[in-house]
Design a protein around this ligand. Structure first.
Ligand code: ISE
Length: 339
């Protein structure tokens, strides 16, 4: 790859996330261009590609990856389609940024891990974008500094205004709590060893039959507890908050108090309404960091091991949701490539 040239990216999946990443690469971050777009819906791929000079549209991810000028791949298709795209990208030794989940379950994540190990070097970054959010980065730096002492508990709240029509009760774990699973592992530097899911009465604001909200308790190999309130039809806003309780103090992020107004005898602010607004800076910095490191020939950020660990924890979480009780997480030994 000529590193003075912009990185040519094939974006796989032109839905909400894919189209947002295309816009981000085209207009917000430097050093890269969208060379190809693929989507099962040809019209959607063409509509997204039409705005970008020299960008080709495809329905087959393999054709997009083989298109002229493609040096790297950004995967934003639905989770069940990731494995085939990742295996093809690894086969062609292409650098990848893959939206979460890496794959929907631990077995398929292991197959991707085996392929990357056979290649002999890391090629895949997983899109756990909270690791790039300015507030999470500050919390991580504070915990790592040791000033607060050992972290004992992490309290997380994750609220969405409304869930999409296809959302199922297990997706509260696999699609939403997956973020807290990664944030817990990353912030604490621990692996998650067991999951318990408690189910309060379902909200009348949730679609019929959806177990919403849920209360998830994650146990870690460092002896910490991380709890997650997940409420995907809270109705009032998009909120992601975390509070670390440590031996000598606590630290909290996500209160969203950037602008506080005083008016007519009241004080207040606004609540973001979705993740593209709340995490805009994180997405920009994540894609920018991936482009920059790829142009340097390096792989940084969360990788296949992190995607696999999250998938294994979420799988245990779904079993805990369905059968009740505490479910242990069974991870394979961490291969040398990911140590
Ligand atoms: C969605 O897929 C995301 O990744 C969002 O960050 C999360 O808040 C939402 O609950 C998920 O459905």
């Amino acid at each position: 790859m000529n590193r003075r040239e912009p990185l040519g990216i094939a974006v796989i999946g032109a839905g909400r996330m894919g189209a947002d990443h295309v816009r981000r690469i085209d207009r917000t971050i430097g050093g890269a261009r969208v060379a190809a777009v693929a989507d099962v819906d040809a019209a959607r791929a063409e509509a997204v590609a039409a705005d970008i000079e020299g960008c080709t549209a495809h329905t087959d991810p393999a054709a997009a990856m083989a298109a002229p000028g493609v040096d790297a791949v950004l995967v934003a298709s639905p989770g069940p389609a990731h494995e085939a795209t990742l295996l093809a990208a690894i086969e062609h030794d292409l650098p990848v940024l893959c939206e979460k989940p890496l794959t929907p379950d631990a077995a398929s994540a292991l197959r991707v891990m085996e392929a990357e190990q056979a290649l002999g070097h890391r090629r895949v970054q997983v899109g756990f974008m909270r690791r790039y959010d300015a507030e999470y980065v500050r919390l991580k730096a504070l915990l790592d500094s040791g000033q607060l002492g050992r972290p004992l508990m992490l309290h997380n709240r994750h609220r969405n205004v409304a869930s999409p029509p296809f959302f199922t009760s297990s997706m509260l774990i696999t699609d939403s709590v997956a973020h807290e699973v990664d944030a817990t592992r990353w912030l604490l530097g621990h692996e998650i060893t067991a999951v318990t899911v408690l189910r309060p009465a379902a909200s009348a604001g949730a679609p019929e039959g959806l177990r919403d909200p849920q209360f998830v308790v994650l146990e870690t190999d460092g002896g910490a507890l991380s709890d997650v309130e997940i409420f995907v039809n809270c109705g009032f806003g998009y909120q992601v908050q975390a509070e670390a309780v440590c031996e000598r103090g606590t630290a909290r992020i996500g209160d969203g108090h950037a602008l506080v107004t005083n008016m007519a005898g009241r004080w207040g602010g606004t609540i973001t309404q979705d993740w593209s607004e709340r995490f805009a800076q994180a997405y920009d910095d994540e894609v920018r960091a991936w482009v920059d490191s790829t142009r340097r020939g390096e792989v940084t950020g969360p990788g296949v091991w992190d995607g696999y660990a999250a998938a294994a924890v979420c799988e245990a979480g779904v079993r805990a949701l369905e059968n009740g009780g505490r479910v242990e997480v069974d991870l394979v030994d961490r291969p040398a490539l990911y140590r």
